[in-house]
Design a protein around this ligand. Structure first.
Ligand SMILES: [Zn+2]
Length: 483
């Protein structure tokens, strides 16, 4: 085996000496053995190890078994952990973490691949997606949230603040990346609705702006570019939660990734970043069933990449990781000791976010509010089977009901914040009751500093095992591609 490798390397060196240098993915890939030509980088936003573990344990539990059911990502042969801290804060955000993953350099919280303050006498770091593009790869950026949101933005834009959605959006067509897909553009005419529409700018720059996934193959010509947007978007230009999505609500992330692979597949190779952006949003809301559904949808999208890998095992690298943990999620709860039953979460049929809308509508369309009606709403919309509240649980619902509908409470601001943060108190309470029964807990409404998992398979995957830092990811991609 060793002499075989030596022969290939020697042959490669001889060939290199006689061939002209090509600045493309494929030709460079031939220079060194074991170089990936097709690279997938999956980022589960907010996806800590416990978000993965609860999904595994949940899937096992609904089969009446104890243990962890394998996901596509957990079956990958290489795994490890990834530290996530930002340049100026231990608990990072998606801007800083996305920048660190994309550019291999720590950024400040809230920044998008912004390194103007770097003074090392070195070249300012740029994103691995731009480097891939400069080396002849086609590039795809796919997300379930808006395409000018922090994580996708870190791969094509540079900005001091992740909140500058319009300025970030302007950089999307400038990137020239071939495929953007998933959510839409947030604030397409800026916050005051007074700037040129970003969609028009993208179309003028040559992007085919489409919402029908079946049209994507039509544009698979060498210079065609696609901006594909889910036909159903929610208020922040994001795709619906998977738990809420019906067959009329657009496409799954896996369908979009599948279409993206077909569109981007070419002999020069590709780099595709896929973000499961709403794992984080569900975790901010401390909504375990919605997290599980988002992780399953994310894993199904990874399966699409894995199927591609099976066709090109020597030329494909798949890396799956996260930008940070969200929610401080625990699999087990003090009040239940060693008892848990995650299968109870199967009783939840919509997200806390969607149920909040139902409760808000009930409040605005009525002048009197009855506790029994509020409980009936939960049993009709949120749960498959009625909850049959215990006395203790009924007390929790009454407190949330009194606070939300009548602004009556005995709690101080800190206690209220701990209980509900800025989320709907009634929806939050019903969700928590179910989760408490299942033994799922959350310690935070924000991100935490916990390390996140990293899984990989394929050409060069061994570089991403062990305990690494988020800045190592793009550095190691550079190492193995020699870009
Ligand atoms: Zn977040």
């Amino acid at each position: 085996m060793k002499s075989h490798k030596f022969t290939i390397i020697t042959l490669g060196i001889i060939l290199l000496a006689v061939l002209p240098t090509f600045n493309s993915c494929s030709n460079k890939a031939k220079q060194i053995e074991n170089k990936p030509k097709y690279i997938f980088l999956f980022i589960g936003d907010g996806m800590g190890l416990n978000h993965v573990n609860i999904t595994q344990a949940y899937l096992q539990s609904i089969n009446g078994e104890i243990g962890y059911q394998d996901l596509t990502m957990t079956k990958f042969p290489m795994s490890g952990t990834c530290s996530t801290y930002s340049k100026n804060r231990l608990i990072t955000d998606s801007g800083a973490a996305g920048s660190a993953i994309a550019c291999g350099e720590k950024a400040n919280t809230g920044e998008i691949s912004f390194y103007d303050d770097i003074d090392k006498g070195e070249t300012t770091p740029i994103s691995i997606a731009k480097i891939a593009h400069n080396n002849g790869c086609k590039v795809g950026i796919i997300t379930t949230v808006s395409i000018n949101h922090a994580t996708p933005a870190a791969f094509y834009a540079i900005n001091k603040s992740r909140s500058n959605y319009y300025d970030i959006g302007l950089q999307l067509p400038e990137s020239g990346f071939e495929f953007f897909a998933g959510g839409g553009l947030k604030y397409p005419k800026d916050r005051n609705n007074d700037k040129e529409n970003l969609y028009d700018i993208c179309i003028d720059a040559g992007y085919n702006y489409i919402k029908d996934i079946t049209e994507i193959p039509k544009f698979k010509k060498s210079n065609d570019k696609v901006l594909f947007e889910s036909p159903v978007l929610w208020s922040d230009a994001e795709m619906p939660y998977e738990i809420d999505r019906t067959e009329h609500d657009g496409y799954s992330l896996s369908q979009i990734v599948n279409a993206g692979i077909d569109f981007l597949d070419n002999e020069n190779g590709f780099f595709i970043m896929v973000e499961g952006g709403k794992i984080d949003w569900a975790a901010h809301e401390n909504d375990a069933a919605t997290i599980i559904n988002e992780v399953i949808a994310f894993d199904n999208a990874i399966l699409e990449a894995y199927n591609f890998y099976l066709e090109h095992p020597d030329e494909t690298l798949i890396i799956v990781t996260s930008d940070h943990e969200t929610g401080g999620m625990s699999l087990g709860l003090g009040q239940n000791g060693y008892k848990s039953d995650f299968s109870l979460l199967a009783n939840q049929k919509m997200s806390s976010y969607q149920f909040s809308t139902i409760i808000k509508n009930y409040k605005t369309s009525n002048s009197t509010y009855k506790l029994s009606e509020v409980i009936n709403l939960a049993n009709a919309h949120l749960f498959i089977d009625d909850l049959s509240l215990t006395e203790y649980e009924m007390e929790q619902v009454k407190n949330a009901y009194r606070y939300y509908f009548f602004n009556e409470t005995n709690l101080n601001t800190i206690q209220l914040n701990n209980l509900y943060d800025n989320y709907n108190p009634v929806a939050t309470t019903f969700i928590r009751i179910l989760q408490n029964r299942a033994s799922v807990g959350f310690t935070s409404w924000t991100h935490t500093a916990a390390s996140v998992p990293i899984y990989s398979i394929g050409s060069g995957a061994e570089k991403f095992s062990g305990n690494i830092d988020n800045t190592d990811i793009s550095k190691r991609i550079l190492d193995i591609t020699n870009w």
